[in-house]
Design a protein around this ligand. Sequence first.
Ligand SMILES: Cc1cc2nc3c(=O)[nH]c(=O)nc-3n(C[C@H](O)[C@H](O)[C@H](O)COP(=O)(O)OP(=O)(O)OC[C@H]3O[C@@H](n4cnc5c(N)ncnc54)[C@H](O)[C@@H]3O)c2cc1C
Length: 860
Amino acid sequence: MKSHVKAVVIGGGVVGCSVLYHLAKAGWTDIMLIERSELTSGSSWHAAGGFHTLNGDPNVAKLQAYTVQLYKEIEEISGQSCSLHLTGGVMMADTPARMDFLRLAHAKGRYLGMDTELITPSEAKAMFPLMDETNFVGAMWDPVEGHLDPSGTTIAYSKAAKKLGAEIVLRNRVVELTQEVDGTWNVVTEQGTVKAEHVVNCGGLWAREIGRMVGVELPVLAMEHMYLLTEPMPEVEEFNKSTGREMIGVLDFKGEIYTRQERNGILLGTYEKACKPWSPVNTPWDFGHELLQPDIDRIAPSLEIGFKHFPGIEKAGIKQIINGPFTFALDGNPLVGPVQGLTNFWCACAVMAGFSQGGGVGLALSNWMVHGDPGFDVWGMDVARFGEWASLRYTNAKVRENYSRRFSIRFPNEELPAARPAQTTPLYDTMLANNAVMGDSWGLETPLWFAPKGKEPKDILSFHRSNDFGPIGEEVRATRERVGVTEIANFAKYEVSGPGTEDFLNRLMTNRMPKTGRIVLTPMINEFGKLIGDFTIAKAGEDRFMIWGSSAAQKYHMRWFEKHLPKDGPRASEVRIHRFDQTLVGLSIAGPKSRDLLQKLVDVDISTKAFRFMDFREMAVGGAPCMVNRITYTGDLGYEIWMAPAYQRLVYKAIKEAGEEFGLVDFGMRALLSMRLEKNFPTWFRELRPIYGPFEGAMDRFIKLEKNDFIGREAAAKEQAEGPKLRRVSFFVDAADADVMGDEPIWAKVGKDYGTVEKPHGYGAPRFDTSGEEVRGSKAAQGASAVRGIVDGDWRVVGWVTSGGYAHYVQKSMAQGYVPAALAEDESTGLFEIEILGHRRPARINVEPPFDPSGEKMRT
Ligand SMILES: Cc1cc2nc3c(=O)[nH]c(=O)nc-3n(C[C@H](O)[C@H](O)[C@H](O)COP(=O)(O)OP(=O)(O)OC[C@H]3O[C@@H](n4cnc5c(N)ncnc54)[C@H](O)[C@@H]3O)c2cc1C
């Protein structure tokens, strides 16, 4: 065993071996994988070995597609077979709502280059004759599904990594991790200490324990999981013989089960409602190649539905039930990337579908470690996406919820109940008393909308417009015409102070820093010129700045700020960054009467000239010390008022009392988001993400290339000089009773004379190739209906929706998204269509925002 290496990967499951392979492939060969026992000694050896590409997050879906196509490569390099069976698979919908879900998934696939198809239950039965198709209303076929040998695949990764120069040490547990002042890690193992620049936690079932070695409680929990294997079945053998094909994989939403052929019989697994965590607090180190006791009673309700839907299986004898543990994060996606607050400590854990995701996780992490950036959009699995509120008990509740809903539909207006309320502001009870429907915003209870008096404050779940439509419209109209108040505690808030702060921010941000008492809006970009943040910054005093940003990105942004703090020279570590979390809360008032209202509560002049648009002041509001920004996301005259939580009730009460004469209303987040749509304002993580450049994101006026050198300046200058390939645009959509939700394809009638555009910063990117060659779906679909690809006559999929909804004041359905830049200013009618729930709806670009295009109302 070497004593010094560049990186140590802890854990020899499928994920650790994939990370090792990808690091070696990227050129880091001075690396070592340390495994406690033998390879696959965690959850990898007893996996059912299924793989598929579909994922709720299109970016994770792309990683899954990459994983599947990687297997041939590692087989070739290692000489080890993965026993790949690319059978294809179907998802079965038993209700119209589940069919809507499949339509959405299918539509997303159009610009991700996926060949899914919507097919009938009978077509599905032709590929899996054990089902009773009368239980279903429709299905979606995905050709890129199948199964493999989990151990063979893990070994193939490890052999390929070794061939490239990596070292693997078996039967050697890592027992402690310490770090020297210079950042070197001491990886203390049973066989001695290895010094490493980087440590990667691929501990699988023990990832939580490895996190604890460095003082981090990772939000990951192992759950018991069962699948059964039947005796050989004559029906299966007969099907194989008569068709020359293996039976396909089937996913049944209603039963929360998956099933497929295994040898001459069937494998059937369940995600049962009565699920059970395994080792909820500590994972025993002596757990090895053993299985857990099966508990057939627990999966009986799922089996009952399964046997009804697949009567062919009921008749077969059960040969074996496998029960094994594997890990999940709160939302079921992996935890990948550098851990905020630590140097060179990386995670690749909570990978619940190692054989669908392991390759993509390995690629993303190795890119990140070697090149400083994952290389594509990995927010959906970034370890920074959860905050401190994701404690051990929170994780336990949320993972159970996630497991029991593994194949359940999540409606766009659905808030999940487990582990709530976690964080609340002092106004929580008041908001409930006001009949608010609350939502979870990064662990914080936040009012979404207010139900009318006498009505139950509850969403009716739907893909279509629902019971919040009318009340949100009222909130919007009252705010636009009079004045409204809303809670904004769910923004991220930071104070950056100390000598050198302005230089530090100027180096990080694309816009110039404001003068004292003024505010600027500014994106932040990385070295590759991609958007990694969007902030409101106020200069509160000499060497003191207040920053507001996206709540969900707090750890993500702190990680970036900390990485770029001045480390050398006289200014080293003089800059201090404080993240407030919920120690600073806020209220926003907006609408034409908001100034009259605020003037009643303050003792200073806030007339247009005295307190201008984009001004910042510290002032007492209703007697409470506050910071006030003359700015609002609704696009009206308005103010953001920030205070310590102890004052929030006082300020709210004062606003409510003073607002009575102006007809003040409470409004929630959904009204706020509706109002920003009619101003064409973008949102972080929807319109603005690390795959877009600032000019693609239409953030031109905030990019000051001439101000000073800043991170990403060169790349941004290049983007500007060459012209962005894509452009963020806003649409009016001729929608019926459903608006866009995000990720819908945008079609354009552009004929054949249009160039090629790729979704940037990804691999195997969705290609909008309009060279004339028709892109067709799966030829493997046995007996499936004709395919609708991304080309349909003169119509082509040219882009994707990022978000949208109903803009209540202008009374139009609106959407934002990305299209090729050459089309971005074309407001012609008949040029675009946006696919909503399987129906293509006419859409028209609106270059100017429909509400107050000149911005006069904000400035008055
Ligand atoms: C019953 C069942 C069915 C499944 N079916 C599927 C399926 O069909 N498809 C699919 O994609 N996934 C499936 N999975 C999930 C799949 O098994 C996991 O996603 C995958 O195994 C995760 O791999 P990993 O490398 O992250 O973790 P693990 O396999 O748990 O590997 C972690 C490794 O780290 C080692 N380790 C931990 N701590 C230390 C330490 N301190 N020092 C040294 N070594 C350490 C362990 O010994 C272990 O070998 C299934 C799981 C189960 C239980």
